[in-house]
Design a protein around this ligand. Sequence first.
Ligand code: 6PG
Length: 473
Amino acid sequence: STSEIGLIGLGTMGAMLAMNIAEKGFAISVFNRTTSKTDDFMALAAREPGDLASRLTPTKALEELVASIAKPRAIILMVPAGAAVDEQIAALRPLLDADDLIIDAGNANFHDTNRRAAEADAAGVPYLGIGVSGGEEGARHGPSIMGGGKKACWDRVSHILEAISAKYEGQPCATWMGEGGAGHFVKTVHNGIEYADMQLIAEGYGLLRDGLGMGAAECGKVFEAWNEGTLQSYLVEISGKVSQAIDPATGKPVLDIILDRAGQKGTGRWTVIESQQVGAPVPVIEAAVAARNMSAAVDTRKAGQDLFGAAPQALPEGAVTIEDLEAALIAGKIMCYAQGFALLDTAGATYGWSLPMPAIAEVWREGCIIRSSMLNDMASALREDPARNLMFAPYFADFMKKTHGALRKVVGASVAHGIPVPAMSAALGYFDTMRTARGTANMVQAQRDFFGAHSFERLDAEGAHHGPWGSHA
Ligand code: 6PG
């Protein structure tokens, strides 16, 4: 028993994480149910530079894995989220000692992690659920890690997790978020923001392509330029790259041959469901999830175009400039993050976590999919006041003042010419709602009271009141 840690599940993420751990100097035992995958993994590791492979111990049975790890053991699970995690825990636990730690590093639903943590508590065994972001590249060279579970469990492995994590100016992007499912919850909201950020960028691309008539490569150059400014981010950077890539088979831009149907594994949906549960609105994220679902209805959209005709979409000369678009995206991005952080704040209070709000922004500065230069400024704003809506932090309020006009211009032109911009529209709707002191919910309250005697509050008196509508008067 010489390995410091073990890992089960050598899919892409698991394999890359194991190599990262070995590279950082930790001896690690690995196991995969399909043993040929373990052989393939070892062959791949042998080709890595340095002596990384010498710290890897392949095992062909769970018993062998367990026996090869120093006590008290720590074992990372990198198996598909859902039932596979429960099955793996059930198979592994009987082979372990009471103080051996199981760490679920998959994209678990945080409710599952809450349950598994409670089950582990009841059994008196340690358990962690950690969110890992950064895709294949991140897992291999430095992901962003959002930990959840007992702090004492986190402390047992934090030196490994910090060592393998991305670094922002030397600071590790690996942070304990709170008990139970806190880490997976933070990862879920990360993914919700990821969906929204991606959708906003896709809508920007739509405006460039259909509104301004640009080819894919030209769009790519615009993203490249934006990546030098306020919008600097991994997602804008890769949007520039994918826009300029050429399909070797046809010589066409890759973007032009990809079917416009977006997949999803559910984390964006979980963010929206949770926002509804705790009453913290995330309309930009909701629009992004809905947009993916609408994108999936390829045949319906084709039928819609046949029935109603395609909108013209091409914008008149000068209606929207590239600068307008950039500003609109800045405004949209600020609002989608503001919504995501507000959800974290509300849900944290609901679930009894004191989520470290500035540290969440900090842990997302490097390694994860939504990493961007703006996150450092968000961390500063949240350090000043962790509960304040980011849009109201002076730094971001200044940006909003400078950019909301462009967002309105872009959404207005899109509406006028039939370019679908659901996420940008949702962002604008949120902005206009949040700066309207006297809204229209008085009408909703009057209706509720009329048909259901639900009562309303008055502007000029305390208490619950009813309207003079017949039986309730
Ligand atoms: C990350 C990603 C990662 C994964 C998503 C994609 O942070 O590294 O979010 O976890 O790529 O699950 O989600 P969809 O398949 O739902 O787009």
